[in-house]
Write a new protein. Sequence first.
Length: 427
Amino acid sequence: MDSAGWLPLDRSHTWHPYTQVAAAPAPVPILCAEGAYLHTADGRAILDAISSWWVTLHGHRHPRLIGALVEEAKRFDHVIFAGFAHEPAARLAAELVRRAPAGLSRVFFSDDGSTAVETALKMALQYFSNRGEPERRLFIGLEGGYHGDTFGAMAAGGSSPFNTPFRPLFFPALRAPSPRNPAECAAGIERLLDEDGRRAAAVILEPILQGAGGMVVFPPPVLRAARAACDRAGALLIADEVLTGFGRTGKLFACEHGPIAPDILCLSKALTGGVMPLGATLATEEIFAAFLSPDRARAFLHGHSYTANPLGCAVALENLAVLDDERGIERARKLETLYRDRLDRLRGRRAVRETRAIGMVAALEIEPETGGGYLDTLGPRLQAEFLARDILLRPLGNVVYVLPPLCITDAEVHRVFDAIEEVLDAL
């Protein structure tokens, strides 16, 4: 295969995400992907140590997931989900409910993580409106939180370079302190709900692990404090597990670390193992019941063209079966042990501020060049160094993180950490 015929078209017509095209290197042309590797047009095999933005759970083109896609395509391409039903969605919804934290009984399908969060926010707002409490329209998030790039998701998240140009259009939201200080974070959630609980629709947070905010790991008491404070205030708790779901933290859902049960749960990314785009928002029966009425205006008048796409649903079902059969959660816990051993060797180095590990995720925070955060100039420099070693790591500014597919071998993990040590030595 040759990229010469199509790469000029990419340069002339595509607009790549999270990329300052005026300054970034040319994109790497990829011809195929398999297992933990991306294969380039010039014959390189790049180790995908971030699961292609956290979506590829078992490895690229897992044969069972591709098989499920091909088989389902013999029956379906897409079917409207308003007024119609199909088996893949029904079975997937039932399977998600069976595995999810207690009390979540209904599944609303969408397209990706951001739309799953938008669904949750609108669901929470209309839930209270339908109950005769329209004053409950305040959302509370956490500093450093990230919930997607659509407007509601941005408004609910923390301040970041991702959303600076759009802030004038955000709805009002309050934020508790970052969970980097767990006690302050828990106290902040409690204080905000004590002060504004009558106006609060929901608290939204990423359980245990804040992703784009720097791979910040925080302890279970924060979850328990948030759950208790929401209960006292009569507000809903939304758990954004778009990143953390499906074993990424060493448990199927990060809420299990609490353990807590949210009122609404947002899922995507690893839901289909990276094969198809799909989002899901789970809610309690109480929330669902608030939309039932002879009045059509009280229905949840929300949806997406590709809601409950049969192909995505079929792949997601097989993805869950593979997670069981290949003992994916057990593998995630073994990866954490391996990470901690390697991070111990990095801790205390002059350039390393902090190290963190949970489940499939390892992170190290490095002394920044230009103030830290996503736009720190260290990030692109580090990425280029890793790519020169045929490893895909895409630092969040001065935070280097490792989040590979489950098929990665121990030897490949050591290769990644060897490269990290080598690059740090060269800083």
